[in-house]
Design a protein around this ligand. Structure first.
Ligand code: C6P
Length: 398
């Protein structure tokens, strides 16, 4: 066992090679304990109670905002708690998008997007008679600056792209894209669901207008995510949800809202989720994002080098910079392969990974995806490679 496996109860008690962290990262005990502690010792609401227990819970909850803000280089008021990346990205489209996009405007996205990055803007474009433009992917399936420039025009109002692809694991040259987009006055929304857990991200350095991620992919609880937005834009935006906690002054003929971020956080929040996410961020920060990036890349590379020796394996993302391998085994449906992996205790994902556009671009029914994280080790790599070989051998009989 490596040093980190022991922090995860599921890895300590079950004999698994967990290679599905791109779908969801496992939870270390410190995160589970923080959630447990809140429910056992507090269990009350935040922002509402005028008693000590609620003040303390509010302090635990609100201090998370500072931890998360400094983790991504934001100011506290720019951190909005949401349900996850999907919720964050939809909020931007439904609020900023529906209020600012007009007929004839252009929205740039790509075939490399997760549905949650692309579909909200497809919807806005349809409802507003705007044009959705796709950056042509290069021969490897990457978004390049050169191809981005070809679709950028003075009519571009929105650029909605991933920072790291959940299928190919490529890193988008997002900082340069943001600079170019700003030159024509467009705003950029970064889907960082697969970036935040795996590398250092600084929103001020990127100069992105919005950025979204989920807690569950960075060892945090499910049902909690973050929407970062520049405060000057957030201040001008309308909420999409109304109700408890976001209201300031409510009258029969007018209503006002609290300042950001609260105006976007209607209803009782996911207190346990926020507290758990704070702990998760402290945990990964302690390991170091650069160490995490290095470790998962090393493990991926070990596995990749073995796969490239196998004739029947088609790797789609040989040059990917992150810890993710997307591949197919000739003549074997990805789901059939997954059952053999499962028998061997190797957890991988097979299918379109909620990114049908890139699956169609690759011209396959789906891919097999192995995603490595810092808690994996060389033994996991071996079990994975052995399972690929077994799958090839098993299906060669038919
Ligand atoms: N991708 C995967 O297995 P949510 O579900 O809201 O936490 O995250 C959505 C999302 C958005 N963008 C990217 C790049 C993503 O990878 C994901 C989630 C998982 O690839 C589950 S489909």
């Amino acid at each position: 066992m490596n040093n980190y496996k022991k922090d995860f109860e599921v890895l300590a008690t079950k004999n698994l090679a967990y290679l599905d962290s791109a779908a969801m990262a496992l939870k270390p005990r410190c995160v589970v304990d923080a959630v447990d502690n809140y429910y056992n010792k507090y269990g009350c609401n935040v922002h509402r109670g005028v008693y000590e227990l609620s003040y303390e819970a509010t302090e635990m909850y609100e201090s998370a905002r500072g931890v998360i803000a400094s983790f991504i280089g934001a100011d506290e008021e720019e951190i909005i708690f949401t349900k996850g990346t999907t919720n964050s990205l939809n909020m931007i489209a439904l609020s900023y998008g529906m209020d600012n996009i007009k007929e004839g405007d252009e929205i740039i996205t790509s075939e490399l997007e997760h549905h949650s990055s692309h579909m909200p803007w497809f919807n806005v474009a349809k409802r507003k008679n705007a044009t959705l433009k796709y950056v042509e992917l290069n021969e490897e399936g990457r978004i390049t600056i050169q191809n981005f420039k070809k679709v950028l025009t003075n009519k571009t109002k929105i650029v909605a792209l991933n920072y790291v692809s959940n299928v190919m694991g490529y890193i988008t040259p997002i900082k340069e894209i943001i600079k170019l987009a700003h030159e024509v006055g467009a705003i950029v929304i970064v889907d960082a669901a697969q970036a935040i857990p795996h590398m250092k991200v600084d929103v001020k350095d990127l100069d992105c207008d919005f950025l979204a991620f989920s807690g569950h992919k960075i060892c945090g609880p499910t049902g909690i995510g973050i929407l970062y937005g520049k405060k000057n834009i957030l201040n001008k935006m309308e909420p999409i949800e109304f109700g408890g906690d976001m209201a300031d002054d409510v009258n029969k003929n007018y209503q006002t809202y609290k300042a950001i971020p609260y105006k976007f956080e209607a209803g009782t929040p996911n207190v346990a989720g926020v507290i758990g996410l704070k702990e998760a961020i402290k945990y990964v920060s302690n390991i170091g994002m650069d160490n995490i990036a290095k470790r998962e890349y090393e493990l991926k590379k070990l596995a990749l080098d073995e796969l490239l020796k196998l004739d029947n394996v088609i790797v789609h993302n040989k040059t990917s910079e992150t810890g993710l391998i997307a591949f197919n085994i000739k003549g074997v449906h990805p789901h059939d392969a997954a059952t053999i992996f499962d028998k061997n205790g190797v957890c991988i994902r097979a299918g379109h990974h909620c990114a049908q556009l890139i699956t169609k671009w690759l011209d396959v029914v789906g891919t097999i995806r192995a995603s490595f994280y810092f808690y994996n080790d060389e033994e996991d790599v071996k079990r994975f490679v052995d399972s690929v070989k077994e799958t090839i051998e098993f299906f060669s009989q038919f």
